[in-house]
Design a protein around this ligand. Structure first.
Ligand SMILES: NC(=O)c1ccc[n+]([C@@H]2O[C@H](COP(=O)([O-])OP(=O)(O)OC[C@H]3O[C@@H](n4cnc5c(N)ncnc54)[C@H](O)[C@@H]3O)[C@@H](O)[C@H]2O)c1
Length: 559
């Protein structure tokens, strides 16, 4: 090990390589590599500029930045000529460095169900040669435009109490300082990160202004905000390029520049751009639209409990309501509301009101947004209770039981596991003594569990909320369902992936080798299937589906 950086947890040296999700090792560049790297990037940029291309640096090539970088690099004029040269810039940390060499091979650092992700990255890197990646932030000196796609997290200190949390914006602030130190004065900086309202104008702009003043530059930095609405899944690329955007600039010049840029790189002809007066309005739009979505989901939690206890199938209730076009966006909440955005975005707004905008009455103003997040964050615990109860009804105990959770991702038919309800279920059941297994056709590694000591970070891991989590590090996602089911006592259908929708109860019981407890978290089981499980001697419990008890009684009567 040559790298002396210490792991803040263990105080031991961090490895001098970065490991890709596929297990490939990439050596972390050393100080003497930086100069040659910059010269290489500078040569590419000069060539591109001589061909009339604009140089765009995308800071952070994660879930959003990697794909946005490719979309920008794919931009062409009416003559079919490329108009942008894009440099994806990423910190060379042990956790993230691997994304750079992968991108430079024309491979996507993001695993997606949308085939266009791999295609567009390959095309831009290897064929059009309009996309490259580097770890050297000096590339900012070459930029006409910088797009910021680094993360801005919300750390929760207590499970089910988002009010005690805080915004973690160190990465964003550090990025802004680096940008201010290096960009040319006429460069447009576009923040795409979802931020606490006020961040662009009252945090980022002052950082850039201060850096410009230190450099003796006497013009205002050109700063704008336009948030992402990307949806991981089959329409990944389209959800960025062919989707409605909102933007705002800190002043008129920035507003004009950001409008022009977005009209060039996105399909604003079919999906019109909304231009707002100030960045705080664009920032607030993102927070409100996600809080609205989180609210609809949280609202159904109480009706889900009502339904379970009163013989009502909430799935049928929702289907009936959806017939009204005015109510068509009502959706069943499943075992918790995951994804990167909905669990945190309301927190950014609540926090900003006090810590950026300076108001002390946040707790009397914000009644719904914090409650909603707390409800969504803890809903999954009820799925663990149902598993315990189902086993109890079969005269078995959760402690020591072999339990298979089907689905690790946060929604159907995607491989994104960030803050999935399944994680909360697995953690709670592990705390209660269950031996967990996991199956998911879309997920290869469940990083939140396998790397729970440092991923996403020690403060952000849900591990902190539970006892006895150590064993979960060793969990491996299984792909063969019959094998995964062998000898399990309970199976939790946590995500409605396609392959779980038509499972035959006779097969499931025969693969398990015994009647088992079946927990349906997402309205996956049709009534006939539920009935068949009971006939086979299984116990069935389902979130929000009280009619299951009625089916059980019918089967018992027939016996
Ligand atoms: N992923 C989604 O589904 C989604 C949807 C809508 C909006 N967003 C928003 O987009 C933003 C980015 O999210 P993401 O999912 O891409 O996050 P991510 O964690 O996948 O990516 C962020 C990247 O930035 C890098 N980074 C951090 N500091 C850096 C620095 N100083 N210089 C260069 N790189 C740096 C990180 O290493 C990481 O690779 C967030 O604000 C998020 O809320 C995400």
């Amino acid at each position: 090990m040559t790298n002396e950086t210490l792991n803040p947890q263990s105080n031991t040296p961090l490895p001098d390589y970065s490991l890709s999700p596929e297990g490939e090792q990439f050596s972390i560049p050393q100080a003497h590599d930086y100069r040659a790297e910059f010269e290489h990037i500078e040569t590419l940029a000069q060539q591109a500029r001589s061909e009339g291309k604009e140089i765009v640096v995308v800071m952070g090539v994660g879930f959003v930045g990697a794909v946005m970088a490719a979309i920008i690099a794919d931009t062409e004029n009416e003559k079919g000529e490329s108009t942008k040269f894009v440099i994806g810039c990423q910190r060379p940390s042990t956790r993230s460095y691997w994304k750079i060499p992968l991108l430079n091979r024309g491979e996507s650092p993001v695993k997606a169900e949308d085939p266009e992700v791999d295609e567009i990255i390959k095309r831009c890197v290897l064929e059009k040669k309009t996309l490259t990646a580097t770890y050297n932030s000096e590339c900012l000196k070459l930029a006409d435009c910088v797009v910021v796609d680094v993360q801005c997290d919300y750390t929760k200190h207590d499970l089910g109490d988002m009010r005690s949390g805080e915004t973690e914006m160190a990465a964003l602030e550090e990025t802004m300082r680096t940008i201010g130190r290096l960009i040319p004065p006429s460069c447009l900086v576009l923040i795409e990160t979802t931020v606490a309202p006020g961040t662009t104008e009252f945090v980022a702009w002052p950082i850039l202004k201060k850096a410009f003043a230190q450099r003796g530059i006497d013009v205002d930095p050109l700063l704008a905000h336009s948030f992402e609405r990307v949806m991981p899944g089959k329409e990944y690329v389209s959800s960025i390029r062919d989707f409605w955007r909102v933007c705002a600039g800190c002043d008129d010049r920035a507003r004009e520049r950001v409008e022009l840029f977005l009209r060039e790189v996105l399909n604003t002809g079919d999906y019109p751009l909304t231009v707002m007066d100030r960045p705080i309005e664009s920032e607030t739009t993102k927070i409100v639209e996600n809080s609205y979505r989180a609210t609809i989901l949280a609202f159904l939690n109480e009706w889900s409990m009502f339904a379970e206890r009163n013989g009502v199938d909430l799935i049928k209730v929702i289907d009936a309501i959806k017939m009204r076009p005015t109510h068509s966006n009502i959706i069943f909440p499943g075992p918790g509301i995951g994804g990167y955005c909905l669990p945190k975005d309301g927190g950014l707004g609540y926090w900003a009101y006090r810590h950026i905008l300076g108001f002390e009455d946040g707790d009397s103003i914000f009644k719904i947004t914090p409650t909603v997040i707390d409800i969504n964050d803890t809903r999954a615990l009820h799925a663990a209770e149902l598993t315990r109860d189902a086993l109890r009804n079969m005269d078995r105990y959760i402690a020591g039981a072999e339990v298979l959770i089907c689905g690790a991702s946060y929604r159907q038919d995607v491989g994104d596991t960030r803050y999935s309800g399944s994680e909360m279920v697995a953690r709670k059941l592990t705390e209660m003594g269950a031996e967990m297994r996991v199956h998911d056709p879309y997920v290869d590694h469940w990083y939140e569990l396998e790397n729970q000591d440092f991923y996403p970070s020690p403060e952000l891991s849900w591990k902190q909320f539970f006892r006895n989590q150590e064993e979960l590090k060793n969990i491996r996602v299984q792909k063969d369902l019959p094998k995964a089911l062998k000898n399990v006592e309970a199976v939790i259908l946590a995500v409605p992936h396609k392959s779980y929708l038509d499972l035959n109860p006779d097969d499931v019981v025969s693969w398990a080798g015994n009647p088992l407890a079946v927990i349906d978290c997402f309205g996956i089981l049709p009534d006939d299937t539920i009935r068949r499980y009971f006939e086979l001697g299984c116990e069935v419990k389902a979130l929000g589906r009280g009619h299951v008890q009625r089916i059980k009684k019918e089967v018992q009567k027939q016996r």
